[in-house]
Ligand binder design. Structure first.
Ligand SMILES: [Zn+2]
Length: 74
C-alpha cells in the first residue's frame, strides 16, 4: 500500500500518511474502500479518460484520515 502515500504526496503531512498506511495495513474495511476507488481509476484509464486520478481516491482517504484524527479508529 506504499503507493497510497504517493497519491497524497505534498497534500498531507507525512505522519498523517503513515497513520493512514498503518490503518490500511490492518483494516479490511478501509482496504476494500481504497481498492474499489483504485478499480474505478483503472476503468477510467481503460476508456481513455484518465484525467482526474485523485478524484475518487482523495475523498475516501480524507474520510479515513478524519476518523483516525478523531480517535474513532487507529
Ligand atoms: Zn478502517
Amino acid at each position: 500500500m506504499a503507493e497510497i502515500g504517493n497519491y497524497l504526496e505534498g497534500d498531507v503531512a507525512e505522519d498523517v500518511r503513515h497513520q493512514l498506511e498503518h490503518h490500511l495495513s490492518h483494516c479490511q474495511t478501509c482496504t476494500v474502500l481504497v481498492d474499489s476507488s483504485r478499480k474505478t481509476l483503472k476503468i477510467v484509464t481503460d476508456t481513455g479518460s484518465f484525467d482526474l486520478p485523485e478524484a475518487t481516491f482523495k475523498p475516501i482517504a480524507e474520510r479515513i484520515m478524519a476518523r483516525i484524527r478523531s480517535g474513532e479508529i487507529k
